[in-house]
Write a protein that binds this ligand. Structure first.
Ligand SMILES: *[C@@H]1O[C@H](CO)[C@@H](O)[C@H](O)[C@H]1NC(C)=O
Ligand SMILES: *[C@@H]1O[C@H](CO)[C@@H](O)[C@H](O)[C@H]1NC(C)=O
Ligand SMILES: *[C@@H]1O[C@H](CO)[C@@H](O)[C@H](O)[C@H]1NC(C)=O
Ligand SMILES: *[C@@H]1O[C@H](CO)[C@@H](O)[C@H](O)[C@H]1NC(C)=O
Ligand SMILES: *[C@@H]1O[C@H](CO)[C@@H](O)[C@H](O)[C@H]1NC(C)=O
Length: 281
């Protein structure tokens, strides 16, 4: 076991022992706008506590975002395969849970800040549209970007949609959402991601592979198992992995150079029924 993971398990233990409460986050609370890309680096420089955040807290923020971007929700739900769309919805909840619990970098001197209102908005848009390219929708299949890897195809569709439906968003906002979608399956080993991009990649990976992705318990410091169980109950996994794997097999046959074939993640390791560790899973 690498030292970093021992360290994170220790932090996890302390968080539970002190029974830390979720922090009070308002629209004006700020977070670092850029964070270390790798999970190991994130854990080295920040102390995370997997605080329990009630589903109702997260879900009310989710519903607010959904109603603020109703056309995006409808657009994305219509295009994304149904089980995969629920994966996107779970991801929004995981990301919000992480911001409400303690540890996601905030107020680091010298690092640009982003308000909770702005970060949650960008992350919502990125997460809800991140799998637009996992689709059999006729209009999506006819989009000029359809021949590219699903991440890029989806990013172009999201980019077009945001410009058409939300002209109030500027280049930095649309760019952060589109770039985060384009890169969400690409692994880097150094450098920084936008907070949006970090949340998108890691909530996607977490929802597919569970807690042990970067070593045993590597995601333990980020997500409280009770919070996650409540999210999974509200948005059941059902046949998500089968749907996603089948679509990916189609893409791999059609686009042998697709991005996901370079991934170190193996869909054979995906969690089928639940990502919450338990004797029955
Ligand atoms: C959050 O706010 C409540 C009520 O305003 C307060 O009782 C509680 O101590 C605060 N929690 C934290 C972690 O600051
Ligand atoms: C949050 O920020 C906005 C705009 O900067 C300001 O109008 C508002 O009063 C602030 N709210 C709180 C609770 O500080
Ligand atoms: C797309 O796939 C879904 C789920 O796999 C299926 O229910 C639906 O009928 C398909 N739609 C089209 C247009 O092929
Ligand atoms: C859903 O997609 C189909 C196929 O492209 C399209 O005809 C229909 O208008 C879309 N519905 C909504 C609500 O966007
Ligand atoms: C990433 O951001 C940190 C500040 O959080 C900075 O010290 C570091 O130089 C950045 N790394 C790269 C590769 O830009």
């Amino acid at each position: 076991m690498a030292p970093i993971f021992k360290n994170s398990l220790l932090i996890f233990g302390l968080g539970v022992a002190f029974c830390v409460r979720a922090q009070n986050i308002t629209a004006n609370s700020t977070f670092d706008a850029f964070v270390p890309t790798t999970v190991a680096q994130m854990l080295l420089s920040n102390v995370f506590q997997p605080t329990y955040v009630p589903f109702t807290t997260i879900h009310s923020t989710y519903l607010e975002l959904q109603s603020n971007f109703e056309s995006t929700f409808v657009f994305s739900q219509n295009i994304t395969l149904p089980q995969t769309f629920k994966h996107s919805e779970r991801m929004v909840h995981y990301g919000l849970a992480l911001l409400y619990s303690a540890g996601f970098p905030r107020n680091t001197p010298g690092v640009a800040q982003i308000s909770f209102a702005e970060l949650s908005r960008r992350f919502y848009l990125a997460a809800i549209m991140h799998d637009l390219g996992i689709t059999n929708n006729t209009e999506a299949l006819a989009h000029p970007a359809h021949a590219m890897s699903f991440e890029l195809w989806g990013a172009f569709m999201a980019y077009d949609h945001l410009h058409e439906s939300h002209p109030e968003l500027d280049a930095a906002q649309v760019g952060d959402v589109a770039e985060s979608i384009a890169l969400h399956t690409t692994q880097y080993f150094q450098g920084n991601s936008s907070a949006t991009g970090w949340l998108l990649q890691n909530t996607a990976v977490f929802d597919i592979f569970g807690y042990d992705v970067y070593g045993p318990g590597s995601f333990d410091p980020f997500w409280n198992t009770q919070t996650v169980a409540e999210i999974e109950q509200a948005f059941p996994r059902d046949t998500f992995i089968a749907e996603f794997t089948a679509d990916f097999a189609k893409e791999e046959a059609l686009k042998p150079n697709c991005i996901f074939t370079h991934s170190f993640f193996d869909l054979a390791d995906a969690k089928i029924s639940t990502i919450v560790p338990s004797k029955t899973s």
